[in-house]
Design a protein around this ligand. Sequence first.
Ligand SMILES: Nc1nc2c(ncn2[C@@H]2O[C@H](COP(=O)(O)OP(=O)(O)OP(=O)(O)O)[C@@H](O)[C@H]2O)c(=O)[nH]1
Length: 538
Amino acid sequence: MKRPKLKKASKRMTCHKRYKIQKKVREHHRKLRKEAKKRGHKKPRKDPGVPNSAPFKEALLREAELRKQQLEELKQQQKLDRQKEQERKRKLEVSPGDEQSNVETREESDEPKRKKAKAGKQNPKKLHCQELKKVIEASDIVLEVLDARDPLGCRCPQIEEAVIQSGSKKLILVLNKSDLVPKENLENWLNYLNKELPTVVFKASTNLKNRKTFKIKKKKVVPFKSKICCGKEALWKLLGDFQQSCGKDIQVGVIGFPNVGKSSVINSLKQEWICNVGISMGLTRSMQIVPLDKQITIIDSPCLIISPCNSPTALALRSPASIEELRPLEAASAILSQADNEQVVLKYTVPEYKDSLHFFTKLAQRRGLHQKGGSPNVESAAKLVWSEWTGASLGYYCHPPASWNHSLHFNENIAAVMKKGFNLEELEKNNAHSIQVLKGPHLTNRILFRSSGLTNGILDEKDIVEESPRQTEDKQDADDQENGSGERNAEISDVAPVEETRELSPEQSTAGKPSDGSSALDRASQEDETYDFTTDYI
Ligand SMILES: Nc1nc2c(ncn2[C@@H]2O[C@H](COP(=O)(O)OP(=O)(O)OP(=O)(O)O)[C@@H](O)[C@H]2O)c(=O)[nH]1
């Protein structure tokens, strides 16, 4: 009987054999080169790039980059056109009678399959809304998790209204990521938010070393080392007291915009890695029920869906969409436009910048983000900025409004009802203790940010638009092309490249000079247009 192989055969070989193979490969390549030379094919010359001493080097490189992008877009559109044409031809080839019979038989057999596919293909945003509604319905207390770096921007009036209107439910604010803001700022926010709702200062445990060993395989739960969690006791006490005053088991729903730390809060309370935590936005897709103890159950929920009518900054910070969908330059410019110029310069160690595009160029040069040919990769720099601002390590902060004006969906009576049944004095003491224990961020990591206020969310799935604006734009482009691709080609060669490919709102690219009003790209294009080629500039 043949014995089973226990080990894979080793790939080691003698040096003699290895060198022999390498020699053969070299010979083969030489032969190919010779043949190509005989046929007259010469090796393409390497592009030397634009020398550093060349005037307007940056502008030239940017222009070249845009031209390249346009060419790619054009190719893509031509490809789409070809595909459509082929499809049309294929349809014409099938005779009408055959087609009908085919369709009928297909309809019969595919009906259940199609139903299944439709359910599976449902818009994830709609699924999020459904799950979110379920969580709110099932909860006695709703914890709205806020990112302490921009607490107002993490509050969603629509969801708060839904909880308030349900009558018997309580709403608590959890000021998470409080390690990322200066202590004084945290105190100011606590005073501000406490006027409306009970607020707990929280810092979830984020032991990165532990996360690598995170496994839920075989339903094993990895023990959680929570050395640096703040506010856990305060929250436990609040929930425990409320449960006792109710005299029944309670359900606690955790809601919030993406990446505010909903799952991390649950993990910290439970002291186990039970919910999936990660840097990517919208990681939690469905509700997850976690029993905290015998009487209290906590429910993790998918993130709130942001309404497209919000400011570009809010959309850039709180959309669960990928950066490609948001367009990196626009998203990062919107964020930068709200940040303190000088502190940004200090944080990223770049020279003073005129506008966001200038900043991304400088940042790309500083971080060695280059494209082929050596031009700075502004898009990568923008992506980097966006990922840092939506991530969990950059310490930015914003000031609370100078005076307290309760939101439209809120009044003093509602605030009193929401606070009823909680021991607020004890909560205040616990919060003070948490703030004392917390370490503030490093000085170089503090960036003052201007919040764009409450962020509108979508709770009703009917309000969700099926397609993103970009998709519709692409579709429109394709349709335009269908009407006359030749026309479009001519158009592309005529239109100024900068204006055509990217359109930024005035707010988006005015990081350095908010009063300017025009976008950097627009300005760049204007400069290009106003350049007089008939004049000799010395
Ligand atoms: N510095 C710091 N980071 C935190 C804190 N809480 C959470 N994070 C980090 O924030 C990121 C997002 O945390 P999650 O718990 O996945 O956030 P979430 O709200 O559940 O995210 P979604 O599932 O996408 O909605 C993770 O990288 C966490 O490590 C905190 O208190 N301080």
